[in-house]
Design a protein. Structure first.
Lengths: 346, 346
């Protein structure tokens, strides 16, 4: 199976998408086609034997062919006397982290052009990329999250008890996130967050909280899980440290929390994944506080696809690629328009 | 200002989108450009002086020019020796009701190609087109909704007390909706709903419940509301009756519920609209039960844009069209890639 990786995109995580995509060479045994979405949303076909991160920082990717979306795929424009050319591939892997890839824009575009792809569909992207909507959704599917307050720019922010963690509603990879210990730090933290977004959520910050990650997917109605990992942690992971995570290919160490907690984490994952995330491999990050499991965040397109958490990622990936959710057929007829026409004709 | 109306789309409400769009001729004083998205998601430029509903039911729209999305707009393909031609317009009005238009697909595509448009952005589309997510969102912004249960296909459905109203999670215009009065009717109603969707919500059905509609938008940070209407109602509006609503251009009658309820309805609208719906004109449908306001549903692209509820719709529309929300600039640099390259070079 030939996989077209669409990566880059207009996103604060543009760069880590490049790193993540290059890591796929070591992880997947498929033939790969690299389609790079640049800062202007122009799409380029990068030969997979040439790809390296420098190509993008230097702008040299521009010497390769431009590619356009079309129904069922992508094409390169022909010259005056040569035909447009299709790109040959079977399934797209949407690996644009953050904006474009994870906020539903790219999934919608792929959907619009009827291109089969691995990634959450639009709804799931929206629910997981917006932390405020994640909270509401988690509550609806009966998964715990930490208490929070939600503010939009201009509203008066009131914090009862410090420390808190303040996050822009929509970004990933710790961008714009601050741990706030005093009232004095609050204004500055808000300014930082509002640089990136027009809304924030504020949660209690629990120092040394236990965090556990679980990745998984649903294939043919059956869940397939990774191991549970306790990621190495600083006070919280900053962008530099998370960045390294996106090129990670060596196996992670499994942690055993005992049957009860292991099951609670898996059960929470299932409730979140539900039917909404079908077609995707996601990683959920959980907190455990006083033996209770809380969802921290949903990584709808995790760094390097969280390959390092799976026993046999390549196999899982190919199983999913050949079992993507089918779309409901929507019949379009003109029953009512015909009725109007008929009554006009009377 | 020249308005390009994108309508049709892969949707159970494809037809009413046609009716809605044609109604815009009587409502807007702008020059209109009609772009029709057919059942195969091919886009056609329909001359505004020729447009009528029969054009679509007969398939005669296919004699007009095909149009393609491109950065900042749309183009028609030129011949061998003629250049591709841009379509001239200022702002798009997304008037594709139901799927494509309201589920975030079309808004994402417009966003992807940097085309200015009137409609909710992707997130707001997702929140309002999925009734389960609407419930979660309403709760998060402290707006009441009726109690509900959520089921996905295959789950055992348990109803304590009849009658209930059973709705597919994702469709509008009463498609697939049933009022269920007995246990015996339940199976059939589920079968009907699952024809259209793989998830349903079930709410208590309150016979003769008072319903009130309010439309509005936010321009330059200020809310602008329509009148509140008590729509004429059968037991519930079926598709035929709703259909007529989509071609409605005559003014509605205002209802005055007294200061307290009027304000509660407007306040609920504001909480829903929030920052999420910026760029759109929406209609919220509320129930009032025992003097308490409940959100029933959000019409993110209401039939004929709910023009009939506004004093001066055309003026409101033009004000919004010239004050669309701007996107945050996302700087793309290669700081980290350069860092990696530098450390490799050492």
């Amino acid at each position: 199976m030939k996989i077209a990786i669409v990566f880059g995109g207009v996103s604060f995580e543009h760069e880590i998408s490049i790193v993540s995509s290059i890591a796929m060479k070591d992880v997947l045994n498929n033939e790969l086609v690299y389609l790079f979405l640049d800062a202007s949303r122009d799409l380029y076909h990068i030969p997979s034997d040439t790809i390296n991160s420098k190509l993008f920082s230097t702008g040299n990717y521009k010497k390769f062919d431009k590619v356009y979306f079309q129904k069922n795929g992508f094409y390169k424009k022909g010259g005056l006397f040569s035909k447009d050319k299709d790109i040959d591939f079977d399934v797209v892997l949407n690996l644009s982290h953050g904006g474009d890839g994870e906020d539903g824009i790219l999934s919608s575009v792929l959907d619009f052009y009827d291109i089969p792809f691995i990634a959450p569909r639009t709804e799931a992207c929206v629910v997981s990329s917006n932390k405020f909507l994640t909270k509401g959704y988690a509550t609806s599917v009966k998964v715990n999250t930490l208490d929070y307050k939600y503010y939009t720019k201009g509203e008066i922010v009131c914090v009862d008890s410090f420390p808190v963690i303040l996050k822009p509603v929509k970004l990933g990879s710790s961008i714009g996130v601050s741990i706030v210990k005093t009232q004095e730090e609050l204004e500055y933290a808000l300014d930082v967050a509002y640089e990136f977004d027009n809304a924030v959520i504020i949660e209690p910050f629990i120092s040394g909280v236990k965090e556990y990650n679980l990745a998984g997917t649903k294939i043919d109605g059956k869940f397939r899980f990774s191991i549970i990992e306790e990621p190495q942690k600083a006070e919280f992971l900053d962008f530099d440290k998370k960045y390294l995570d996106f090129s990670r290919t060596s196996k992670a160490l499994e942690v055993d929390l005992g049957e009860k907690l292991n099951n609670e984490i898996k059960d929470s994952f299932k409730r979140i994944y539900n039917t909404l995330f079908e077609g995707s491999i996601i990683r959920c990050d959980f907190f455990v506080v006083d033996d209770k499991v809380y969802l921290n965040e949903i990584n709808s397109i995790p760094g390097s696809m969280a390959n390092y958490l799976f026993e046999d990622f390549s196999n899982l990936f190919n199983d999913l690629a050949s079992n993507l959710p089918s779309k409901k057929h929507i019949p379009i007829n003109y029953e009512y328009v015909n009725k109007i026409q008929a009554s006009k004709g009377k």
